[in-house]
Design a binder for this molecule. Sequence first.
Ligand code: DP6
Length: 331
Amino acid sequence: MNRKAQFVSAVLKKKGSQRAAGSAFAPVNIALVKYWGKRDQELNLPVTNSLSYTLSIGTHTSISLADRQDAIWLNDVPLSLEHPIARRLIAFCDLFRPDPATYFQIKTKNEVPTGAGLASSASGFAALTMAMNDLFGWDLDRRELSLLARLGSGSACRSLFDGFVEWHTGSREDGLDSFAERLDVEWPEFSVEPWILSSEQKAIDSRKAMQATIEHSSLYAAWPAKVAHDLSALKRALFDRDFDTLGAICENNALTMHATMIATAPPIIYWTEESLRAMRLVWQWRKNGLPIYFTMDAGPNLKLIFLKKDEATVRTLILSSKVYYPTSKCL
Ligand code: DP6
């Protein structure tokens, strides 16, 4: 048995009672202190802990058994089984087939653009894991589900919880202590919203980019200590509800992650001209007195961090900036 299969059987201790179909919704999460780099590529174990905030938008997935081969629909369109997204979903499903001749029909719908650095893979693998739990009647708790979702995409383990969530790197080689958990913090005023500047698929996916950074960036060596520092400072700010300190930590953590990528040979740059224009606008608005910060992931879009009381002001500023991609769901 390979290490992934061993991991899955250690989590799935008891057999469930299978139903005809399963379905689930999982939300997108946005990292405030980022996960960037793996200590174990096979089991998706991160180099550092990370901390995220869960949004209300996400992915709806349903799954049932199919006759002769897997079939996948993404946003109501059948997906070629050769498509990179289909390949990743199928490889994940392979871990859970009761026998090799069990096939699945999967229908998945994203409320955000797929593969544009808006964490659709996190909500996607979390929703698929929960839908399988429903189909197979595993009856797993959230922590166990987060362990399984992590095998699909690391950041997916944080999408099993709402609010502020920490993913622990863990110290075990078998990865059984690398799960996510919700922090005991309620902050209804806190808000993160994507500012969509492009919905194009990214040129290089985050998995390849983070591995290239580890292997070929002279700045990566400084990253683990930076994350440890930012995590403890961010938790303090979070428990004190100190918005400006928290926003400054998040923004700097994201920019530092991008700096490690830019220093990679050859360089990895997700920013477009619009990304830079948008960053400068955020800095200008802040200078003018609005408490607003941004974070960015493996894509050109910004995620704005602000307080709910300022939502109308932020919307007006974005619309008047003309730097936006029109969509009904996001800013
Ligand atoms: C920049 O979770 O997509 O969004 O584990 O290889 O699937 P894999 O990577 P993924 O990486 C997310 C990276 C990030 C930061 C974060 O979400 O913490």
